[in-house]
Write a protein that binds this ligand. Structure first.
Ligand code: ZN
Length: 161
């Protein structure tokens, strides 16, 4: 099953993203990375990163200096440039995977079609066979809907083609 193949190749890298990089968190989750978003104070962020083994991504130069090896200072300013920088820095495969919920970072797993019949639009239910669901927030996903961009468009946006 494709889903398991995806899981097996995932790197163990986990991220903790601060308020300046909220949209980045969503994309890293879509790429299959365990990425938590935080609005906590600096000391709490650093503590959590150490305890949970996460790499902090921040645009705050002072905080990055303070956090040392636990943080990576993102230099780029535009969304796609930021994402490109992170993808290259951490050798991330910019490929959409259905393993982390882009909304809440919960684990996504494939579910029986019949179990989500009343959770998706009728047309969607009739025209798709495979569905996935977040274990935490229960949001249902299916191919083609969890992001607006096709895989090829992502590579173009990231200038990685
Ligand atoms: Zn979720």
């Amino acid at each position: 099953m494709a889903y398991l193949a995806y899981v097996s190749v995932l790197k163990k890298m986990k991220f903790l993203v601060d308020t300046m990089l909220g949209r980045i968190a969503r994309w890293l989750r879509l790429f299959g990375y365990d990425t938590e978003y935080t609005q906590s104070e600096d000391d709490d962020i650093l503590y959590r990163a150490v305890i949970e083994g996460r790499t902090i991504l921040t645009r705050d130069i002072d905080f990055a200096a303070k956090a040392g090896k636990f943080a990576y200072l993102v230099q780029s300013e535009i969304l796609w440039d930021k994402l490109r920088e992170i993808v290259l820095e951490f050798n991330i495969e910019p490929k959409l995977k259905l393993t982390q919920c882009p909304k809440c970072n919960g684990r996504i797993h494939e579910v029986e079609k019949n179990s989500i019949e009343f959770l998706v639009p009728k047309y969607t239910f009739l025209t798709h066979d495979k569905f996935w669901q977040c274990k935490s927030c229960k949001k249902v996903y299916w191919r083609g809907t969890h992001v607006d961009l096709a895989q090829k468009d992502i590579l173009t946006k990231l200038r990685l083609e």
